[in-house]
Every structure is written in C-alpha cells, then in structure tokens.
Design a protein around this ligand. Structure first.
Ligand code: FUB
Length: 462
C-alpha cells in the first residue's frame, strides 16, 4: 500500500518527475549476484571504504575486490515485494544523505526503508533499475563511478546510469547454510503435499518488531522458492500489531492452520497466540477467530512459540510458551480446545521454542535453553511415552561452534524425509558473520538417532 501511495505521489504530484520510459515492476532472483553497469560493461556495483561505487572487476581481480562486488539479494527489509542487498560481510547497501553506503542493519524502520529498493525494467532488455523504497522518485544510479540515489531524469544518460544487469556472483556461495537468503529466525519446517515448507520469523527488526510472515518451499531442502508474505499483522489481524514471532503450520482435513503470536493491539505489548487458516500452504491465511486463541495473561509465561504435533491417531496437540511450556489437545476444528485440559509440562532448563516428534513409539520433546540473544542459546530434549509425557530429560543436542563462527543455535523444528528414517533439523543462529539476537539466519542440518533411540549431537555446518 505504502509503495502504491508513493508511486501515486510520483505520478500525480510532480510534472517534473518522469519515470524511465518503459519502467515496469520487475523481479530478480534471490540469492548471491553481482550487478553490472549497463553503460560501463565490466564495472560492477561494489563497496569500498563502506561507500558504494561501480568499479571494474575481472577474473584476475583480488579476492577482496570480488567479494566487495558480491551481494546476496534478499527480500526487501521494508517490503518483501522489493529487495535489499547484503554484502558478504553481512552489512547492507543503504542510502544516507542520498549516498549509497554499506552499513550494519540496526533494525530501525529508517534503516530498513533506506536499505530497500524496488526493481523495475531497465534501459535495455534484461536490465533492471532500482527505485528507492522511501524516495520512489530516486533511483540507484552511478555518477563519476559513485553510487547515489538520484532524482529521476528524462534522459538516456540517466536511464543508462541507473540500469544494471544481474550477473552470476563474483564469489559464489560455497556453503549449504544459510538456506534462506536474508535474516530469518524460528524456522518451522514441515512436509506438506509433496514439498518441504519453511515458515520463519522475519528478522532484522529492533526488538523483534516485525509484522509479516513469509512462506518458502523446496523439493530438495536446498533450493527454496519464496512465496511472499502470507499474513501481516497490520492489515490481517485486528488484535495484534507487532511481534510476529515463531509461526507453526499444521494441516488437517485439506486446510492449513498457521499458529502465531503477536503483541496485543492498542499499545499493550503482552503477547497472545492466534490461529489463521488457508486453503493452501502458501496462503493467503486469514485470522480464523478474529480474537486470540490464547489471550495474554491467561497462563503464566509468555504466550508465544506455538507448535502443533499430530499423532498417528489423528489427534493434534498444541504446545506453547516462553518461561513455561503448556500442552493441550486441540479440538478437531484445530482452532479451539478445552481449557480444563491444559497442562504445564515445563522441563528443567526450558526457555521457549518447543517442538515434538514421534519415532518408533518414542515421543521426543525438544526446546531452546537460554536467551535468543545469547551465543549459548541451544537445543535440549527429553523423551516420553505419549504426547503429554511424562518426560525424561536427555540433554543438549545443538549448541554453538565458535571455531566455525556459529553462535546462538536454537528455536528449531524437525522434519522427516517421507518414507525414510532420515531426519533434518531447521534452526536459527546469529547470521554469519555479522549477526546477533535480532539478525539471525536459518540453517538446516541432519538430525541423527543413536542405536538406542537417543538423539546424537547435531553437527552445525557453515
Ligand atoms: O523471534 C522472536 C523470538 O525470539 C521467538 O519467539 C523466540 O523463540 C526467540 O527465538
């Protein structure tokens, strides 16, 4: 909406501003890329001394130069229908005083808007131009080899200076992780209708204040397709304004249920749990109740981090909570339960992020310990004989690996490859290399079982 409004101002509000001829919304692939100037072939967008430029890059350039000219294209920090560009060192291209520079995401609304650019068709076939998200009458443009956002001009020179070709990255991604481009956390992985789906928290917001949930899908757990925003607290949920955290999706009777948490509307920041429903795993989801499923203050602990486990007999159980873990059987409608059946099953060391699986008749309850801002955030588990327990704590299965720069490994989920005994764990960690507790990335690694049914310690991979 904001973008449409901004374009209306651009079109109606000023006769002097003329978008480049033929400019129309364009899409580019997410993931690593380098951006080559249209009118200076061989020159690529890069950063040097934290400032944006276009400079020559060739196969014999230094590794540093190649690295400086390589970005990960991620969903826009301010709008997932636009883009942001994250350098290999974890910082983002943003404009400040109209000069384009490289800075660390501080999570503020200003930073996210300054670091978001909306793609439109460029001056020549196959090229794109990038309008500033918050100054839509300005485009990313090189001038004397420096990168600025400059007001649109109706000239061939401007059109060429502001057009780029998306090229293969000078420094390709060599690691499997992170699996999603950009800042995401609390991944809920699930296999539905023949595909894997990931539903994460959108990260990179100060105080985790994001409002949007996105969906991603994959056939092989390696290549992920972005399905855009599936629920936005702003327009879609009347009782929550902020803190769109840690979604979980469950399927039943041909419908898909998204469990989520959010800060109550009207300035009250206490968290509550909700449930939304859709006819497809990629939404759009709509708030099923028009009110919380678990209202703030009903139980001790924060009403966040929902998870639904469905047993072989078709019965589904809702788990949730930070500080205290609760479970209750869900009714068949998946949107209600009997409050009298709510149990407190908080294990020792529990903080948040519960997840339950069953294997060979044993139930595994897993959770995150410590604070997500701590590098010691980690995953522990217990085993039990039913979805309700009783539970026996077994120990920690996933924690930091400082040799690899991996910190804050937690809020995970687990999926089994259909028809096999091969299991995967999706989790978040501080984004490598520049992350922290609000700038996190999503990784997937193997989860293995020992012969005695205990879970082997997970080896986090770069
Ligand atoms: O992402 C926001 C919150 O941080 C989640 O709800 C917690 O589990 C922690 O990961």
């Amino acid at each position: 909406m904001k973008r449409i409004a901004a374009l209306a101002v651009l079109i109606l509000g000023s006769a002097a501003i003329i978008p480049p001829a033929g400019a129309a919304p364009a899409t580019i692939d997410l993931g690593r890329a380098s951006l080559e100037s249209v009118n200076y072939p061989g020159r690529y967008i890069r950063h040097q001394d934290w400032l944006g430029r276009i400079d020559p890059v060739t196969s014999s350039s230094t590794n540093q130069t190649k690295q400086d000219a390589t970005f990960t294209v991620v969903p826009g920090l301010a709008s997932t229908s636009c883009y942001s560009f994250q350098a290999v060192n974890g910082r983002f291209l943003r404009h400040r005083d109209y000069r384009v520079r490289l800075e660390t995401n501080d999570g503020s609304a200003t930073f996210r808007a300054d670091a978001t650019f909306c793609a439109e068709t460029g001056s020549v076939s196959g090229s794109v131009t990038f309008a500033s998200y918050n100054f839509p009458d300005r485009r990313l443009r090189h001038r004397d080899n420096e990168l600025w956002i400059d007001p649109v001009q109706d000239s061939d020179l401007y059109r060429a200076d502001s057009s780029f070709r998306v090229r293969s990255p000078w420094v390709p991604k060599t690691t499997a992780n992170p699996v999603l481009p950009g800042l995401f956390a609390d991944p809920h992985i699930v296999h539905l209708d023949g595909r894997y789906y990931l539903y994460p928290t959108t990260d990179g917001y100060a105080s985790w204040s994001g409002t949007q949930y996105t969906a991603w899908s994959s056939a092989d757990l390696e290549t992920w397709t972005f399905h855009g925003t599936i629920l936005d607290h702003g327009p879609d949920v009347s009782w929550a304004d902020n803190s769109a955290w840690a979604p979980a999706v469950a399927a039943k009777n041909g419908r898909y249920y998204l469990y989520f948490s959010g800060g109550a509307a009207s300035g009250n920041t206490a968290k509550q749990l909700g449930v939304a429903v859709a006819d497809s795993p990629t939404g759009p989801f709509r708030d099923a109740l028009g009110r919380p499923l678990v209202a703030a203050g009903t139980y001790s602990g924060q009403a966040i981090d929902p998870m639904v486990f469905t047993d072989d007999d078709g019965r589904s159980y809702l788990y949730w909570g930070q500080g205290a873990l609760r479970v209750v059987p869900l009714n068949d409608d998946m949107t209600s339960f009997d409050p009298a059946q709510v149990r407190n099953i908080t294990p020792s060391g529990y903080n948040e992020g519960a997840f339950v699986i069953e294997r060979d008749g044993t139930y595994y309850l897993m959770w995150s310990e410590n604070d997500t801002r701590s590098e010691d955030y980690r995953v522990a588990y217990a085993t039990g004989s039913s979805p309700l327990g009783p539970w026996t704590k077994r120990g920690v299965i996933l924690s930091k690996n400082l040799d690899l720069g991996i910190k804050g490994t937690g809020h995970h989920s687990v999926v089994r490859a259909p028809g096999t005994d091969t299991w995967y764990i999706a989790y978040h960690r501080f984004a490598v290399p520049a992350g922290n507790g609000t700038n996190r990335e999503v990784a997937i690694d193997r989860l293995r079982f020992n012969a005695d049914g205990t879970i082997a310690v997970v080896v986090p991979t770069p």
